[in-house]
Design a protein around this ligand. Sequence first.
Ligand SMILES: Cc1cc2nc3c(=O)[nH]c(=O)nc-3n(C[C@H](O)[C@H](O)[C@H](O)COP(=O)(O)OP(=O)(O)OC[C@H]3O[C@@H](n4cnc5c(N)ncnc54)[C@H](O)[C@@H]3O)c2cc1C
Length: 505
Amino acid sequence: MAGKAASVDPDRSAWDVIVLGGAAAGENVAQYATQFSDLDAVLVEAGLLGGECSYWACMPSKALLRPAEQLSSGQHVPGVSSLLAGRELDVPAVLARRDTVVNGLDDTSQVQWALGAGIDVLRGYGRLAGERTVEVSLAAGGTRTLTARHAVVVDTGSCTTVPQVAGLAEARAWTSRDVTNMHEVPRRVIIYGGGVVACEAATWLRALGVAELTVVHRRDGLLPRCEPFAGRMVADRLREAGVRLLPNRSFAAVTRQDPRDTGVGLPHGGEVTVELDDGATLTADELVLATGRTPNTQDIGLTSVGCPDGGFLEVDDQQAVRGVDGQWLYAIGDVCGRALRTHMGKYQARIAGEVIAARAAGRPPTDEAGRPLSVAAGHRGGPQVTFTQPEVGSAGMTEREARAAGVDVETAQYDMAALAGTFVMQEDYVGRAELVVDRATDTVVGATFVGSGIADLVHSATTAIVGRLPLSVLWHVVPSYPTASEVWLRLLETIRAQRAAQPRQ
Ligand SMILES: Cc1cc2nc3c(=O)[nH]c(=O)nc-3n(C[C@H](O)[C@H](O)[C@H](O)COP(=O)(O)OP(=O)(O)OC[C@H]3O[C@@H](n4cnc5c(N)ncnc54)[C@H](O)[C@@H]3O)c2cc1C
């Protein structure tokens, strides 16, 4: 095995592991493949090491949402509310803090981390060029052909989907990169989409002073992948905040005066006019696309290894790409289309890294207990938090998904406002929780929590689901008083009461 060089030797062409795309998941797979093995790895990155999450997605969005949540919470607690009544966010300070959180779009610290971990970094755009081979168009100019002794891992992520609508591409609408890295708050904004990115962006845009904000979405409700009550509660709050929601509509055509490439986060031209499919017309100063994600797989040389260009890469439970012989090509993160969240990509990366190290050493890929390494358990409990007001947190399956999967389910809901823990937080607290229980095993297969401050509650649900803890065990998992986690006890009591009320068979 070659040594762990701290910088890339210009004549070097072979590594044990080549990672195409150095997002957080890419960093993780390189770390897990190399840290307890003799393997070495190189990250090939076309943009910033750390990827979307660090600079253009999770981190800046949460930095923009946090002050909005703090102000709103304070405005609901007597003793503080009188100090904050009618106050608005200090927009320049919020944007400056966002810039701090994204390190001013400078990835030096992440490069230092990689080099410190013995992982090489090559700046450039990579494409597969046959088995175990990657050709890199170097950022510094020229090309370089790399060979992987053991594995190539694709972590090229995803970008905003631009729907096929007349005039939309030409209008240069804002993508998630612009709205998270905005430098100027437009007065009138239209958001197209009703999922997580749309709902979070609507929350911070309104809090930062967008005067006219309209959300156009194609479904009946917001957050269509969550329990329906979650979308309804978020919609109620957005409406209260003055956001106009237009469900069951789509764009028919878009026109824009003087569209221009002004850079990320600045208005991309003049007034935008959107014609909807019902004939209505909307105008705004900026348009934000939150219309889903397209995997970055169009131009990474997939046909050279027998896979079609474009589309999500299908992987097995060890993250090896299906249809490619020899177990040398892996994919992690958004490109797999399995769970488009940073923590799930990083989880896939940890498993893939250990699988690669084991296979390279000629060992079967198993954990310390001798069980096969697989992402199946983690995906069963896959958590997600949407940082809207109220927050929406979930783990596992929704009731609809569980039924579609053939699970005989029983559900229980509870009003989170009825807990002592949330009452002391805020007297007018709004929230709700639901458990989805598999009757056959008497275990939780899904959980949803809606309310302020529920984000950290989700991990308890993930633990229950992945650990397949039966309700008889959960009865002995005592929640602290007074906290929001008391909802677990209330949900179990609700299930017990429901069962007691059922006629005996
Ligand atoms: C607005 C927004 C907010 C979000 N908030 C959250 C959140 O709070 N929590 C959460 O878990 N998830 C969140 N997500 C989702 C999360 O950002 C993604 O799931 C995550 O970033 C995907 O990581 P990835 O490893 O797949 O790749 P990405 O982060 O997409 O990065 C891919 C990297 O590959 C590089 N690259 C691409 N092609 C090549 C190539 N050919 N050669 C070399 N380099 C290449 C790119 O430059 C990039 O750095 C959010 C998404 C958005 C849009």
